[in-house]
Design a protein around this ligand. Structure first.
Ligand code: DON
Length: 586
């Protein structure tokens, strides 16, 4: 086709798509019997969030992310005819500019996609270990693990974010990439007004940032950019501009690859141009499962997220009908299911290119029935007595998007810690991750999230480190989009994700209540239930202790961003545990 005609056909298709979308938009749908009415939630008096809060509402399309500016970018892209994947990619690049604690070009992530025509896809753009990485690289001469997997130049895996987002756009996007990236370029070159959340976030990471090249832009006068000032990132604008012009090749084989390799050499890191040149994102079959008649579409390994969320929900379904929210019975069931699923996660899962990850076994209903039988009604079992029953043959960000056609995207991306390894690529304007800490540095020794993992997740050159990221899409019993969710928070991501799903399906909470409800977490080791302070009745905690659970109160259990279909449109919420995020739409 001649270019002019091609363009005409392209805009024609966009227009037709939009008209189709308006015709099938939820606002035009009558009452939906597949979504049962919501039931008011009741939270205990000591809990910090009130029940009955209001979510954002939009009739046609929505983005829920941890940063208002980035959500707004995604919404604008959809108003300009972009679909949910265009919006997710635009939001992802905007997060890299306006939310550099977790949004990134120097990290990696996962995207789960469900198109309105029923197609599903999952893209894995997790980092890989550099070729020079070795199994014991973080074990010092004294046999103890060093801190090098969490801070500094040796902590970084080969970044996947740019390759992954561009590949998702190539396959599913409808707008030209230059248009999708334009808002992020503008945001970086013109800057944005620094708010309290940004100031606090940067200030809090001074110890991590100031030893590397990021000191100049982020701590120009020894302090973070002032509240109310405009913070521009010209080097980052140039980098995203180059990506808009020449695609991911410039990042993996061109001038940005040169800058990354040079920074690594200067600082003493491992990533080389050869590592960057061989990086590839991978399309994977999403995990398909169901929970009490609702369908789940979730992320397979190299993330453990979808497998573990599915296993927990399957065990709970097999265990029996849900007990009331916040009761000792419910917490005991959820914690015991989670404890067992984490035993499997920590011992069996790893990059499928390196280990045979038994995903279909772990996510089968039969396996869940067998596990559910091992959970007593009134007694906790110590993790030490739980081997995997399977027989063989601080910083991340999640965002959810829905477009006017009903296409849905769940994305989680991370640098691992806030501002990753702290190493900043000079000239190119972004931080590199410290994802290597997600590997097993040494079997039996906890990583920064207290996860004790095994051989399946040992370090090897080119291998992806196991993740807990759990971008998830839920369909109602009629097969229509119901929920897009996922979270940040290391292994607690899995807990927040399955609990939001339980709250929506079992307790029929509104999405605002489902997100605000207090959460629990059990990752098998430490062998304990962590509960959010003030979230549960003292009598419930006492009962759990009587059953033999070790229960302790500590901080927030992850932070999620969710969108749920409701009568006439969508409701969306960015977690109240996180400041500065927003669900926006039209
Ligand atoms: O992939 C993972 O599981 C971790 N790197 C996620 C880290 C994280 O969520 C930190 N944020 N709060």
């Amino acid at each position: 086709m001649e270019p002019r005609l091609k363009r005409f056909a392209f805009y024609g298709a966009v227009l037709a798509g939009s008209l189709l979308a308006l015709a099938s938009a939820p606002s035009r749908r009558a009452d939906d019997p597949a979504i049962p009415p919501r039931v008011p939630a009741n939270f205990t008096a000591g809990w910090r969030f009130p029940a009955g809060a209001r979510a954002s509402f939009a009739s046609h399309a929505m983005v829920a992310s941890d940063n208002r500016i980035a959500s707004d970018v995604g919404v604008q892209i959809m108003k300009d005819g972009g679909n949910a994947v265009d919006a997710a990619v635009a939001t992802g690049f905007a997060l890299a500019v306006a939310y550099p604690e977790a949004g990134n070009l120097g990290g990696g992530g996962y995207m789960v996609i469900r198109m309105a025509d029923g197609r599903v896809a999952a893209i894995d753009y997790r980092e890989t270990a550099p070729l020079a990485a070795t199994r014991d690289m973080y074990v010092g001469p004294d046999g103890k693990v060093t801190g090098e997997s969490v801070i500094g130049p040796k902590a970084s895996g080969v970044p996947g974010a740019v390759a992954g987002m561009l590949e998702a756009h190539r396959k599913f996007g409808v707008l030209p990439i230059a248009k999708v990236l334009a808002p992020a370029i503008r945001l970086a070159s013109e800057g944005f007004v620094v708010d309290t959340a940004f100031f606090r976030s940067v200030s809090g990471a001074k110890y991590r940032i100031e030893n590397y090249a990021g000191k100049i832009p982020f701590f120009a006068n020894d302090s973070a950019p002032a509240i109310g000032s405009r913070f521009a990132q010209p080097a980052l604008a140039r980098t995203i501009g180059l990506i808009a012009d020449s695609g991911a090749a410039v990042f993996y084989r061109g001038s940005i690859a040169d800058s990354i390799a040079a920074e690594m050499q200067r600082a003493g890191g491992l990533i080389t141009k050869a590592d960057l040149a061989r990086y590839r994102p991978i399309w994977r079959q999403p995990i398909r499962s169901s929970y009490r008649g609702y369908a789940l579409i979730a992320m397979p390994p190299s993330s453990s997220g979808g497998t573990t969320v599915t296993e927990i929900l399957n065990i709970l379904e097999a265990y029996g009908p849900a007990a009331p929210f916040g009761s000792a019975e419910e917490i005991h069931a959820a914690a015991s299911a989670s404890q067992r699923a984490f035993v499997d996660r920590n011992s069996k899962l790893g990059d499928p290119a390196f280990v045979k990850a038994p995903v279909s076994e772990l996510t089968s209903k039969a396996y869940a029935r067998a596990i559910a039988k091992t959970i007593s009604r009134d007694r906790a079992d110590p993790t030490s007595g739980l081997a995997s029953a399977l027989r063989e043959g601080t910083e991340t960000t999640h965002y959810s998007v829905v477009d006017p056609m009903g296409n849905a995207v769940a994305t989680t991306t991370t640098l691992n810690d806030l501002y990753g390894s702290g190493v900043y690529v000079r000239g190119a304007g972004f931080f590199l991750n410290d994802e290597m800490d997600d590997f097993t540095s040494k079997p039996g020794v906890p990583n920064m999230f207290g996860l004790i993992q095994g051989e399946a997740n040992a370090i090897a050159p080119g291998k992806r480190m196991l993740s807990a990221m759990s971008p998830t899409i839920v369909l109602d019993p009629k097969g229509q989009l119901l929920l897009i969710t996922g979270a940040r928070g290391g292994p607690r991501i899995i807990s927040a994700t399955y609990q939001v799903i339980l709250n929506v399906i079992d307790h029929r909470m509104s999405i605002a209540d489902a997100m605000n409800a207090p959460r629990i977490h059990h990752q098998s080791r430490p062998d304990s239930i962590r509960v959010e302070p003030g979230g549960f009745e003292p009598s419930v905690i006492a009962r759990l202790r009587e059953m033999g659970h070790f229960v302790f109160e500590q901080g927030a259990v992850a932070s999620a961003a969710s969108i749920m279909r409701v009568k006439g449109g969508y409701e969306g919420v960015d977690d109240s545990r996180n400041r500065g995020g927003a669900a926006l739409g039209f």
